[in-house]
Design a protein around this ligand. Structure first.
Ligand SMILES: [Zn+2]
Length: 322
């Protein structure tokens, strides 16, 4: 069962989280394979790591809405997307346009010409009029303009740049499990600094540095195979670790897609009647597959006719009379 574990280090300005996507991650891959469109192995690893990271980021900011990680690539992978809702429902997809070589990393997949970008969008569930989603964008390079090879490094960079948070992120994924460990310095807010985040502490807090160092000894293999108890004990047995009850099942990370026939219908209306009629004439029906979950929606000539017939506006209460 997929699970999310939160913990703090008592008396220290550091918190952590561990996520393991198991059944939910396998469902994502099975759905993709079932529609005969499996991603190449390096893309599966990338998406698994992004899914784990997205769950960790959503759980750490507790945002009421969707957190969307999008990497726009200039190489064989044009786009990789992970969306995580506040209830930790997640879905992923990617657009692969060229050959992805075995074991390709971020640069070879997404940043061949140095133009790759990673966007983090926070899309609130309820918006006030005119409100647009918040978006932060970072390049796929480090401070010395060196191309980054791991998505964890890109996201650490983002957290530091835009959130002023020291963050250590360790991610790994295979076809069984997608997992991540996050260690983060908690901004100290209090009377002494008038509620301001203590930015002077960036990169300087000794407790954070020690705990991040311990976390960074974790191997990919350990992260993918060890259960949470064993993993946290092994890393932090000398530290004042305090754990909270794990989130699993419906409260934990789980796969869910928000696509619907209604939304696909609205998308077709957006295309315009001539375009959609053209598809019907050519193919007999329009088939639209969801890139995230693989569900196929079919619209025949009758459906299309209904779609483009405006529904008559009913006066309040008129439905009861009819
Ligand atoms: Zn879907």
């Amino acid at each position: 069962m997929s699970e999310l574990h939160k913990f703090i280090f008592e008396g220290l300005p550091v918190r952590g989280m561990l996520v393991r996507l198991t059944d939910s991650w396998r469902e994502v891959l099975q759905r993709r394979a079932a529609s005969n469109d499996a991603f190449p192995e390096p893309v599966r690893v990338l998406l698994g790591e992004m899914a784990a990271a997205g769950a960790l980021m959503q759980a750490s900011i507790k945002f009421d809405g969707a957190l969307v990680l999008q990497v726009y690539g200039d190489g064989p992978v044009k786009l990789a997307v992970v969306e995580v809702q506040s209830d930790l429902a997640f879905r992923v997809t990617a657009k692969v346009v060229g050959e992805v070589v075995p074991h390709a990393q971020v640069e070879a997949m997404l940043n061949v010409h140095g133009q790759g970008r990673c966007a983090i969008t926070l899309d609130p569930k309820t918006k006030f009029p005119g409100q647009t989603p918040y978006q932060g964008v970072v390049s796929l390079h480090g401070d010395q303009r060196e191309p980054l090879q791991k998505i964890s490094e890109v996201l650490e960079h983002y957290m530091l740049q835009s959130e002023q948070l020291d963050t250590c992120l360790i991610l790994a994924a295979n076809d069984d499990t997608a997992a991540g460990l996050l260690i983060q310095r908690v901004p100290v807010e209090g009377a002494g600094n008038l509620g301001q985040r203590n930015e002077d502490e960036i990169g300087l807090n000794e407790d954070y540095k020690r705990l991040a160092m311990l976390a960074s000894t974790l191997t990919r293999e350990e992260l993918l195979t060890l259960d949470a108890d064993t993993l946290l004990r092994r890393l932090f047995w000398e530290e004042p670790l305090h754990r909270f009850p794990p989130q699993t099942g419906e409260d934990g990370p789980h796969f869910a897609c928000s696509c619907s026939r209604d939304r696909v219908g609205r998308m077709l209306i957006g295309l315009g009647r001539p375009e959609v009629d053209g598809i019907i004439v050519e193919q007999g029906r329009a088939e639209i597959g969801c890139d995230f979950c693989g569900t196929k929606y079919h619209f025949d000539a009758v459906d299309v006719g209904e779609l483009f017939t405006p529904t008559p506006q009913q006066a309040p209460g008129s439905a009861a009379i009819n």
